[in-house]
Design a protein around this ligand. Structure first.
Ligand code: SF4
Length: 349
């Protein structure tokens, strides 16, 4: 049994005799990041405690590489099958937010995204998702408060493992993150958005990548739009907010001369006007092959002002971690030895 795959209740239930010791071991592991078996209660019940410890896999993830830019840190975890999983710790005011991956690669093929160019290699397990948070907290000593599923992968293509990871991350006997501090970001998979709306076990924040104000443009930059168009997405977001009573974050990556004109801002305002959403503007990060350009600051400011003039609620996320390729849409690249290497190329050698 892998300790990272279970909530405390699931873990302890495996040990009919030593249930209370199992709970204490679980708590210790996720609160301190280590086991101290020298505590008097554990010494008294040595045989029972040892039986629990030896029946479980406590293997820590191996950190293959860490890159830093200021307080932003990107790290790679190496999986048992030699895949690289990327996570980025980003300072947000006084808290640290960890951007985690849910897949190795992604099959959604968004044209502005490095990960999208890799294709899907495989889903991550719940344990591999939880390990990203555990490694940040206890191996790199980063005080993580929030977790966003905005790293590699479409989380809703891996719903069950992402759900289990959220249950583990929010377990009060474990890492005890607040559900309100967890955000799942999707490229717009409507069936899964509705599944989340009806899910009684988890209630994370939801972010949906909009990125264009009409079908013609959105289908060009997000091929998934050809299967599920913007009308369907809007209807789904409406249903989600009505069922849950929760606001949705509508992410819009601004790309120079692609979707950053004021007429697009007007169209976007029309699209979101009657939705319970807040628009999250994210200026595009220039990438290794520069297929798209970053918008000028004045254009970003004008786009923001135009949305606000329509009374749309907007957040602007200034890029952090650009030089280490850890900004939005940049996971899938690694800076190794000062030299940019595409993980994709290494994977396919
Ligand atoms: S933006 Fe997200 S959904 Fe789109 S290809 Fe990249 S990782 Fe996948």
């Amino acid at each position: 049994m892998n300790i990272f795959s279970h909530t405390e209740a699931e873990f302890s239930a495996q040990f009919a005799k030593g249930k209370l010791f199992a709970r204490d071991l679980y708590r210790q592991w996720f609160k301190k990041g280590a086991l101290t078996l020298t505590e008097p209660a554990f010494i008294q019940a040595k045989a029972c405690v040892e039986a629990i410890v030896s029946s479980c896999d406590w293997t820590l993830p191996e950190i293959a590489h860490v890159t830093k830019e200021g307080d932003t840190q990107k790290f790679l975890l190496k999986t048992h099958d030699n895949q690289m999983v990327e996570s980025v710790a980003i300072p947000m005011k006084t808290l640290m937010t960890l951007c985690v991956s849910s897949q190795v690669g992604c099959r959604m093929g968004c044209t502005f995204c490095e990960t999208g160019r890799m294709g899907l290699i495989r889903n991550l397990t719940a344990a591999e998702i939880v390990q990203q948070v555990f490694a940040a907290k206890f191996l790199l000593n980063i005080p993580i408060r929030n977790v966003v599923f905005m790293g590699m992968g479409e989380p809703f293509d891996n719903y069950d493992e992402v759900k289990q990871a959220i249950r583990i991350l929010t377990d009060q006997n474990g890492l005890a993150l607040g559900m309100h501090g967890i955000t799942v970001s999707t490229s717009g998979k409507t069936e899964a958005i509705l599944r989340l709306a009806h899910d009684k076990d988890i209630a994370p924040n939801l972010a949906v990548s909009i990125n264009a104000p009409n079908d013609a443009l959105r289908s060009k930059i997000m091929p998934h739009n050809r299967k599920e168009n913007m009308a369907k997405l809007k209807e789904t977001i409406q249903a989600y907010t009505q069922i849950t009573g929760r606001e949705v974050l509508a992410a819009y990556v601004l790309m120079k001369d692609v979707n950053d004109s004021l007429s697009y801002a007007d169209e976007l305002a029309d699209y979101v006007r009657d939705l319970n959403v807040k628009v999250n503007l994210i200026p595009y990060n220039a990438q290794s092959n520069d297929r798209f350009q970053s918008p000028d600051n004045e254009v970003v400011d004008a786009f923001l002002a135009r949305l606000r003039s329509h009374n749309i609620r907007v957040l602007l996320r200034r890029t952090k971690g650009r030089s280490i390729m850890a900004g939005c849409g940049q996971l899938g690249n690694a800076v190794l030895g000062g030299k940019l290497t595409q993980i994709q190329d290494r994977m396919r050698l």
